[in-house]
Design a protein around this ligand. Structure first.
Ligand code: WQD
Length: 357
């Protein structure tokens, strides 16, 4: 069977990584449709209204042409079927939709299993029914748990011991591998951060952010008083945890690279399901990030040290060699660019997408 080329369905396409991926796909000449239940965005859930994140994509591209959008939840299988019926040209799915808060996953485990696992199984079943055999999946470095070796190669064991959220990613990697005898790529994100350099698109978490960089951005803009650093007694250079922060635009470009790899392989008659680390390969401590972002903002941002956060591991730094080689992809943006872009976004949009510009 010759591979179909057509439209790319992006699930979770109004979210942080999803919306930047939609932009990268459109910039690379792909046709895109977006599915999102808008559960973690400030956009209206009214289906007729284009979500603000997608309006911003149009703004960056200087186009009035709307991006086809469906306010649909992946747990709603009949609605998924209707999308595939309306778009027989869907050739691949970039699957970013899912719940993603580690802490919340401990409090609402069944919601995480329902949305992440049952929702993805629905999606895979519909893809199978419509003979769509290409998927790029948002996985996470959290699948490595507390890895034995830093930097972490993809061959490091994936473990199911860290959190309910992490377990859903581990299970989904297995499910996609089991199902996908065709073409799938699992992208293990390290820590996506920053914003589009235009300052028009960025991360817009609802409520108090769980993650370091959006929290710091809220401190900088005056919405939160100070950062709490979770633990300074780790076996690292300054006692705070090390992570591999990856510019969100590089992360988005990784999805396009993954899709292109699938297309190349299918053209050559090979079909694979591999996992790749999307990371810069550079470890930064929490205090490194506080200082780098303070530099971008132009003043010292206040912080206090507190106890460790449950479930944090000392160091998650990627070995991105395999992704560099096989995806033809490399993180290109610096830490300073990441911080400057995040600050531009937050300064211009202190209330995220609810800001009237
Ligand atoms: C980074 C460091 C915290 C907040 C998680 C998920 C991962 C991915 C990204 C995706 C840690 C410290 C944080 C704060 C702090 N999720 N921190 N004060 O935990 O590495 O990764 O988010 O969808 O899968 O596991 O990211 O940004 O929460 O934390 O000191 O207020 O910052 O302890 O060391 P994490 P993070």
């Amino acid at each position: 069977m010759s591979p179909k080329t057509g439209t790319i369905l992006v699930t979770g396409g109004c979210g942080y990584v999803g919306s930047h991926t939609v932009l990268s796909l459109l910039e690379s000449g792909y046709k895109v449709i977006v599915l999102d239940n808008l559960s973690n965005t400030s956009s209206s859930a009214e289906p007729a209204v284009t979500p603000e994140a997608l309006k911003r994509v149009q703004k960056i591209l200087s186009t009035d042409e709307p991006i086809p959008f469906y306010a649909v939840d992946i747990t709603d299988k009949p609605a998924l079927v209707r999308i595939f019926e309306s778009h027989p040209d869907i050739s691949a799915v970039i699957h970013c939709a899912g719940l993603k808060s580690v802490g919340e996953s401990g409090r609402r485990p069944l919601d995480y299993y329902n949305v992440n696992i049952a929702g993805t199984v629905n999606l895979l079943q519909v893809m199978e029914d419509f003979d769509v055999r290409r998927m790029v999946f948002s996985s996470s470095a959290t699948v490595y748990g507390d890895p034995p070796k830093i930097p972490i190669p993809e061959t490091s064991p994936i473990v199911a011991s860290m959190s309910t959220y992490g377990r859903t990613k581990v299970f989904l990697e297995h499910i996609i591998k089991d199902f996908y005898r065709w073409s799938a790529t699992l992208l293990r994100y390290f820590n996506p951060a920053g914003a589009h350099p235009s300052g028009i698109m960025g991360e817009d978490p609802q409520g108090i952010p769980n993650n370091l960089m959006p929290y710091l951005a809220q401190v900088a803009v005056g919405n939160l008083e100070k950062l709490t650093v979770f633990g300074q007694d780790y076996p690292t250079k300054d006692g705070t945890c090390i992570r591999d922060y990856l510019h969100v635009v590089d992360c988005a470009d990784g999805h396009v690279a993954a899709l292109k790899k699938i297309e190349r392989e299918e053209a050559a008659g090979t079909f694979e399901c591999n996992a790749y680390n999307l990371g810069a390969g550079t470890g930064c401590s929490v205090l490194d990030m506080v200082h780098a972002f303070s530099k971008a903002v132009g003043r010292d941002l206040p912080y206090v040290i507190s106890a460790r956060r449950l479930g944090d591991v000392p160091n998650l730094t990627a070995d991105p060699t395999l992704a560099n080689k096989e995806l033809n992809w490399k993180a290109t943006k610096t830490l300073d660019e990441m911080c400057a872009d995040l600050w531009r976004w937050q300064r211009n949009n202190p209330s995220g997408y609810r800001t009237q510009n």
